[in-house]
Design a protein around this ligand. Structure first.
Ligand code: NAP
Ligand code: SF4
Length: 663
């Protein structure tokens, strides 16, 4: 049997789940739309249930108005709101799944003016100081949780998950960092966790014995003044005794300086701590964070670190995580690459959450894979993200697809990214798309540069040109000298950089190249990782790649403004810790065999380096489309070939999928 631990049934409370895979809570931004968001949410969850997820958890709904995350109606307080939930529970049940409502009181993390907390202490990531809850308001809040659970039952949910991890209200009460009260809700540990325990008791009473009650708690708080280890264990034991069926672990607080979900976090890093917690409890425990393949999940369970895995973003990247694992087709599973570009980053802009490598996520009603009315012959040129998505989507709809790639390997710029530390899974995304194409009968021709005459002679009904981009060579005297290398040559391993390196250009690729140059290649232990990111000391430059790196850009202002909101800070700190120097507002004067001559603040300067890496953006590679279009072929130009400026893989995957659906 594939994945004997992962796919084994398990008893949780009064329920037997068919496997050990829980789909963790994700806020989709559809919650704020009320009834208008229900069809999309129902389709989103039902798709995951249909493909075997044992138990789903909704995004967070507040038990009262002041507990909401955003200004919109992201709460469940009134029977009139049931109409927005019933389509969701009905769709999931029809698909054979189970779904819990997550009750999340954001406390001082709320992004509105009316926020409350145990004490009036502002969060470092918030602009608003919360109002301290009175004892009477705390009692009313417990009743609100119970009322919310009653409404969840009325809406058809199979139970509730109580959100107490990542620094939300219940965590704020539990931790001395945020709880300075001297009444029965503060001071001793028993007082600080009293709210969590009483909420669990009240919700259990509202749910009855048959429905599931999951308690979500951070296994490590990762903030000063957070729970000590013994306190974390005591809190989990107390809520289990009060009626929780399962402890589902999160990691850290949102204000922690320790990255917990980004690409630099090693796979399943935190499961060791989950294992320690599990051994202290009588109820099952779920592990989460950076568990993105069935192999990693199976290993976590086989080690005894957890009874279940709670996966969130992996279910955006591929709805069929469980089904593909069960069918022995994990090779076709598109893994989450922890980029956050279309999920968490969208959350903060208010855009609907989706997934970079699976643009249909959260938009199942829009991106419907309907069979093609007529089977066409389709040629796709370029096997980067845009071409792969176009080819795979077209093939899945029944078209006869031939995908041509000039390179010996598929993936284009995206495969290069896999050489960057933390981005190794990018190659798995490419491999999964290639496997999907093969599964649908499409053919991939590698090492075959596109030839307009051959394409025209091929009799294709449709030709999709996804020929991507070529690196820009800036017009600097001396740019042709051997000291200058392109980022593609460096990342592909064709050339090795010296010990002193200058990088021209500070976009996403300039940052990636800097990270590649300074990385030590070592995988840290959990303790070492936490210590390194909790501390203020720079990371020592270790390993064989230890180098001095300078980054340059012509524009004035801070570096890294184009990086992702939820990931950029990690990369910026990584480079700062490794002593990477960043110089803005420079004018490039010339390149000589021994370094870079530039002007800054009106002064000419020279930096002696061994290597200069050119990361100055890209231009479109679209000549083929022009040739073909001139001869009347039915041509579609997508991805970087259509628009190189601000090309990112998110747009490339989406354009590819859209054209594949339109053919
Ligand atoms: P980019 O983001 O457009 O950055 C190009 C850099 O080159 C800029 O810093 C620009 O800075 C400089 N530049 C532009 N023209 C130049 C010229 N003629 N001479 C010298 N310098 C020049 O492009 P990229 O870094 O190649 O990234 C491509 C796309 O992939 C972007 O959309 C990027 O967001 C995405 N990407 C994202 C990530 C990530 O977020 N983690 C990682 C990799 C790639 P000045 O004009 O100030 O000199
Ligand atoms: Fe994972 Fe990136 Fe997709 Fe988010 S956008 S689910 S981080 S692959």
């Amino acid at each position: 049997m594939n994945y004997p631990n992962l796919l084994a049934p398990i008893r949780i409370g009064a329920v037997t789940l068919p496997n050990r895979v829980l789909m963790g809570s994700m806020h989709t931004n559809l919650e704020e739309l009320g009834e208008a968001g229900a069809p999309a949410l129902a389709a989103f969850y039902a798709e995951r249930a249909r493909h075997g997820a044992a138990l789903l958890v909704t995004g967070g709904y507040a038990p009262n108005v002041e507990g909401r995350m955003k200004a919109g109606p992201g709460y469940l307080v009134d029977a009139r709101q049931l109409a927005e939930h019933r389509p969701v529970t009905a769709a999931v049940h029809e698909a054979g799944g189970r779904i819990l409502l997550q009750i999340l009181h954001s406390g001082r993390y709320g992004m509105h003016e009316d926020i409350v907390a145990p004490s009036a202490i502002r969060a470092p990531i918030s602009r608003t100081t919360p109002r301290e809850l009175s004892a009477a308001e705390i009692r009313r809040t417990i009743a609100d949780y119970a009322r919310c659970a009653e409404l969840a039952v009325a809406a058809g949910y199979d139970g509730c998950e109580i959100m107490a991890s990542e620094g939300y209200l219940l965590a704020q009460f539990a931790a001395p960092r945020t709880n300075r009260r001297d009444d029965e809700w503060g001071g001793t540990l028993a007082n600080r966790i009293r709210l969590a325990v009483e909420v669990v008791r009240a919700v259990r009473a509202a749910l009855g014995p048959e429905r599931l009650l999951v308690f979500r708690q951070s296994v490590l708080d990762l903030v000063d003044g957070g729970l000590e280890w013994d306190e974390t264990v005591a809190m989990a034991q107390a809520v289990a005794a009060a009626g929780a069926d399962l402890i589902s672990t999160g990691v850290g607080w949102h204000e922690s300086s320790v990255p917990t979900v980004q690409q630099s976090v090693p796979a399943a890093l935190f499961s060791e701590a989950v294992g320690r917690l599990r051994r202290a409890l009588d109820v099952p425990v779920a592990a989460s964070n950076r568990i993105n393949t069935p192999e990693i999940a199976e290993a976590v369970l086989a080690r005894g670190d957890a009874d279940l895995v709670a996966l969130a973003r992996p279910f955006l990247a591929d709805a069929a995580f469980v089904a593909k694992a069960a069918a022995g087709r994990a090779d076709t599973l598109i893994p989450c690459i922890a980029c956050n570009q279309a999920c968490l980053d969208h959350y903060f802009t208010g855009a609907p959450m989706s997934c970079m490598v699976n643009p249909a996520a959260g938009r199942e009603t829009e991106f419907r894979l309907t069979p093609a009315a007529r089977r066409k012959r389709v040629a796709v040129v370029g096997a980067g993200p845009a071409g792969l998505a176009a080819a795979t989507t077209a093939a899945r709809r029944g078209h006869a697809v031939a995908l041509f790639e000039a390179d010996a390997l598929p993936g284009g710029q995206f495969r290069l990214a896999a050489r960057v530390p933390g981005k190794e899974d990018y190659a798995k995304v490419i491999d999964a798309y290639v496997a999907l194409l093969a599964e649908e009968g499409g053919t991939l021709h590698l090492g075959r540069p596109a030839d307009a005459a051959a394409l025209r002679a091929g009799g294709y009904d449709e030709i999709v040109v996804a020929s991507g981009v070529r690196a820009r060579r800036p017009d600097i005297p001396g740019i042709e000298r051997p000291i200058v290398v392109g980022y593609a040559d460096l990342l592909s391993g064709r050339v090795e950089a010296g010990r002193r390196v200058a990088i021209i250009g500070a976009g996403g690729i300039g940052f990636d190249v800097a990270a590649y140059l300074v990385a030590s290649g070592e995988t840290p232990s959990l303790a070492g990782y936490v210590e390194r990111w909790s501390g203020t000391e720079p990371a020592p430059a270790t390993g064989t790649r230890a180098r001095q790196v300078w980054m340059f850009k012509r524009s004035a202002g801070p570096f890294g403004k184009t990086l992702g909101k939820t990931t950029g800070w990690v990369l910026r700190r990584e480079l700062a810790d490794h002593g990477v120097t960043q110089l803005d507002a420079v004018e490039y004067l010339r390149i000589t065999d021994d370094g870079l001559h530039y002007r800054r603040d009106g002064t000419d300067a020279f930096l002696a380096v061994d290597t200069i890496v050119c990361c100055a953006g890209q231009d479109s590679e679209a000549a083929l489309a022009e040739v073909l279009a001139g001869h009347g072929a039915n041509v579609h130009l997508i991805g970087g070939a259509a628009r190189a400026g601000e090309l990112d893989a998110k747009r490339a995957f989406e354009e590819g999928m859209r054209v594949g659906l339109a053919l």
